[in-house]
Design a protein around this ligand. Structure first.
Ligand SMILES: [Zn+2]
Length: 257
């Protein structure tokens, strides 16, 4: 799926011809569509949404150099070879973006690297809905939501449990629908190809949840780091006397616990 989307972008100078690419997200068919269609195949259950971060295409933005060098000469250099994995509320997605090269200072970078994002106009920065770290990314809405969770006394540990549970729930739901679909197709197998019949006779098992995610998606430690970075890097919220620094005070109180 990732390669076919990249091919479409690559081969078209006019993305308006591709309505499905006029949104940032490209979604695979829903689990229900996959499970009960005759195109049912195992790997389709593991397809993830793609987030197309293409500010150079969608916003016609001039991409700055990541090093802010004095006379940048930035050119597109294909796509990011390894799409960045990003944590959503109950799943993960992959960020597809062009890769860029500044020939003045000879560096390669992605258009979602924080040092690049910060140089783009604010409305473009706001359109990027993730907080990126060295290897991962997480939806900004999740990080913002942590604030309420922490105020409610659930802490980062509670937020981690909620998020992990919601990922596991979605995964278990996909697994259940897969098994139901196998049973359904077995009962209605008279018009199926011999290849599909042999698949149904010996359906592969789902990977265990942690194996599928390779244990890298979520950890309490990661959420804590992301949350502290997010709030410390934002301007303090002040009251009318300019004294009430809620975000920073709250962060500091939290860190002392
Ligand atoms: Zn440069």
């Amino acid at each position: 799926m990732i390669q076919s989307v990249k091919d479409i972008i690559q081969s078209s100078n006019n993305l308006e011809n591709y309505p499905e690419l006029n949104d940032f997200y490209v979604h695979p068919p829903s689990i229900g569509q996959i499970a009960f269609s005759m195109k049912f195949h195992f790997s389709a259950f593991f397809l993830k949404s793609l987030f197309l971060w293409l500010p150079d295409v969608f916003f016609n933005a001039r991409i700055p150099c990541i090093n802010s060098c004095a006379s940048p000469s930035v050119k597109r250099d294909g796509f990011n070879p390894y799409c960045r994995r990003a944590v959503l509320q109950n799943d993960i997605c992959f960020i597809v973006s062009h890769r860029f090269k500044c020939t003045s200072c000879n560096v390669q970078f992605n258009s979602y690297d924080p040092a690049v994002l910060l140089q783009l106009p604010n409305h473009i920065q706001q359109a990027f809905p993730f907080q990126t770290s060295h290897k991962n990314a997480i939806a900004t809405s999740i990080v913002r939501g942590m604030f309420d969770n922490i105020i409610d006394g659930n802490g980062v540990a509670g937020m981690y449990r909620l998020l992990k549970n919601s990922h596991v729930l979605r995964y278990r739901n996909a697994q259940r629908m897969y098994l139901e679909a196998v049973v359904h197709h077995r009962k209605n197998s008279m018009y199926l190809s011999s290849q599909f019949k042999s698949f149904l006779a010996n359906p592969p098992l789902f990977e265990a949840f942690d194996v599928l995610y390779k244990g890298q998606v979520l950890s309490e430690h990661y959420l804590r780091d992301v949350w502290l970075k997010f709030f410390f890097e934002r301007p303090a919220i002040q009251d009318s006397q300019g004294k009430f620094d809620f975000c920073n005070r709250f962060c500091i109180t939290f860190m002392k616990k």
